[in-house]
Design a protein around this ligand. Structure first.
Ligand SMILES: [Zn+2]
Length: 174
């Protein structure tokens, strides 16, 4: 069972570090993955990366489904990602809204490739290659950024495309 961990907030140096590769998928990594799922679930996230819980390791999880924070999200099976590589990305970029549990209170429009090919290790140590598109590709790239010490704010092209969570939710309802 996972437990909810504290989420690092923008300004903490752990969010700006390049995360370390996972050498061995041991019990500590399994617990970390369970805790990432629990922490994302509790905060209605679409995913969360290890540096966001103060662990500078190349691990993240995707937990993509409709939620309070992402009502229009598709349903993707819960996925743990270890030591990911981006193999290719589409030239076509799509701009859409992103938020982040480490950047509370605001949302912004972020350009991202609309399709990607990736390789990573599963929590069982298998190496898999997969393609993601649309919102799932966006979340994968967002979480991958956290392993590189980046946040969505680093991709915003125009500060006028950053809005408060309150205004974002109001626009959703309208
Ligand atoms: Zn994030």
């Amino acid at each position: 069972m996972g437990r909810v961990r504290e989420i690092a907030q923008l300004g903490h140096p752990v969010l700006r570090k390049i995360a370390e590769p996972v050498e061995k998928i041991d019990d500590g990594v399994q617990q970390l993955i369970d805790d990432l799922f629990a922490t994302s679930e509790a905060a209605s996230g679409a995913g969360i990366a290890a540096p966001q819980v103060y662990v500078s390791s190349r691990v993240f999880i995707l937990s993509i489904k409709p939620s309070v924070r992402y009502p229009d999200a598709p349903e993707v099976e819960p996925t743990a990602v270890i030591n990911p590589e981006i193999l290719w990305q589409s030239e076509n970029l799509e701009k859409d809204w992103e938020g982040c549990l480490s950047v509370p209170g605001i949302r912004g429009r972020v350009p991202r490739p609309d399709a990607i090919g990736v390789r990573y290790q599963t929590r069982h140590g298998e190496t898999v290659e997969r393609e993601f598109s649309g919102f799932a590709a966006r979340v994968f790239l967002h979480e991958h950024d956290h392993l590189e010490g980046m946040t969505w704010l680093d991709h915003v092209e125009d500060n006028r495309e950053i809005v408060s969570e309150q205004e974002f939710m109001r626009a959703l309802i309208d």
